[in-house]
Ligand binder design. Sequence first.
Ligand code: SLL
Length: 186
Amino acid sequence: QKRVRGVTVFRPIIYGNSTVLLTEEERIGTDHTHRWTVGVRSAASQPYPNQHPNQQIGGADDLSYMIKKVTFKLYETYKNPLRSIEQPPFEVTETGWGEFDIIIKVFFAPESNEKPLTFNHHLKLHPWPVDPILYSQPTSTGEPVLSEEGQPPPPPPVLSPVHSWQYEEVVFTEPTEAFYATLLEH
Ligand code: SLL
């Protein structure tokens, strides 16, 4: 495959996860606490219509002109832990109780001759480490807790949804002629 000399093409993507807490009903009979979606999405433009909280970040653009498939290596106790997604949206939705590292591997269109890209994403379920004293509300009297300066404490963290996404510019250096033609159409 001939390559186009002196040309570099950039395509912005994001990868990461969004998480919501399971409802009380959904928690019956399971130790799972969260529903999360891990994925690779367009960084640009239109959001999904009528988004679920797990869909609120990134664009709905179809990346299949350049991405052939994405694999997500989940924690080994999940059924079929190496998930292979061969059409958009390139994402996996699961439930669970804990955070772990997910290896995301992006495979490009065959005519690109590009090697796959690998990202390591730490699945995020919790907004941040919660200070158990600051956030142990409500108080027995119902009075707000005041800090030493007499200021009310910051509001408790919002537990759901939680978003953790990274921006990445995919760089194609001297793309093949066929792939360059495809890239220019998008
Ligand atoms: C931890 N090192 O201890 C991590 C592991 C694993 C999370 C977290 C359920 C998996 C399943 C699940 O959420 N596992 O049901 O197979 O925090």
